[in-house]
Design a binder for this molecule. Structure first.
Ligand code: ATR
Length: 280
């Protein structure tokens, strides 16, 4: 049997490492393949996959998370609410879409900042794209009483806020919003290798606030460094990737694999040479 990641580009993905590790741990004879499919090739690629591949399922990444929806036989409530599919399960030739990004976002956060379980009153989300949609959905499910979306383009924050039932505020109000935040979560790509970090008034956050960055390359982003320097609790982004994969693996293979030291070792072994290469 086969699982795969469909996206464009996909060569940087850690998903093959993650799933290969779990397939081996659970003794499942299957593989996980990378399928680089440009948007213009989507229709033909999907026809080919349906005809020729013994697929158990797929992960779907940028830029196809919304584009895949018309090709599916069904989409579950979570994926519908988020408006994006990151996991497809194939049953008797029928493709069913779900979304495990929200699960990944919240499971990793609450694993590493468990005090938020009882104390998540105000969450501030930076960004208004697909990742922000999953984050806002997850935070609502987790019971956040108030969610404020702050975004470079205020109109996008307003639109997402209206759709998801959250507040929107312009970046200029960051300081006032931060003052009451229990959680600050970055869902933009700012701070990723090669992309300048956001300039944020972190000094306005209360001392108990948790700062979560979904960017994982580098592991410790500028945002997390600055938050840690202020003594704030920080949560990095790699775990979100691991936990979204955990739920996808369960959907395909019927067993929830462990996000444990063995998996971290496999992922770090894969990341180390890449980090060395990028510093060379
Ligand atoms: P994804 O689906 O991965 O979330 P996206 O839909 O392109 O990606 O959304 C990216 C979000 O991050 C957007 O809210 C974007 O802001 P705009 O609405 O103004 O485009 C935000 N974003 C991306 N890069 C950014 C940067 N360098 N600085 C600030 N915001 C950024």
């Amino acid at each position: 049997m086969l699982t795969a990641l469909i996206g464009h580009p996909v060569s940087h993905s850690l998903s093959p490492t993650i799933h290969a590790h779990w397939l081996e741990v659970h003794g499942i004879e299957a593989s996980y393949r990378l399928l680089d499919v440009a948007p213009s090739e989507m229709k033909e690629a999907i026809e080919n996959m349906r005809k020729k591949m013994p697929l158990r399922g797929m992960n779907v990444t940028v830029p196809h998370k919304e584009r895949i929806i018309p090709y599916l036989e069904s989409v579950d409530d979570t994926a519908r609410a988020i408006g994006a599919v990151n996991t497809v399960v194939v049953e008797d030739g029928k493709w069913h879409g779900t979304n495990t990004d929200a699960y990944g976002f919240i499971t990793h956060l609450l694993t590493h900042a468990p005090k938020l379980k009882a104390n998540l009153n105000h969450a501030v989300v930076l960004g208004a794209g697909g990742a922000a949609r999953a984050a806002v959905y997850a935070l609502k499910q987790a019971g956040a009483a108030r969610i404020t979306i702050l975004n470079r383009t205020y109109a996008n924050a307003q639109q997402l806020g209206t759709e998801m039932g959250a507040e929107a505020a312009p970046m200029a109000q960051a300081e006032a919003m931060f003052a009451t935040a229990d959680l600050l979560a970055n869902t933009t790509s700012a701070g990723m290798k090669g992309i300048a970090p956001l300039e944020l008034p972190l000094q306005a956050l209360p001392t108990h606030a948790v700062v979560y960055d979904i960017v994982y390359a580098p592991r410790e982003t500028e945002l997390l460094k600055q938050a840690a320097a202020r003594g704030l609790h920080t949560v990095d982004g790699l775990g979100m990737l691991l936990f979204q994969a955990q739920k996808a693996f369960e959907a395909w293979w019927g067993v929830l694999p462990a996000v444990d030291a063995g998996l971290m070792q496999a992922v770090e072994d894969e990341l180390r040479p890449r980090e060395k290469a990028s510093h060379a």
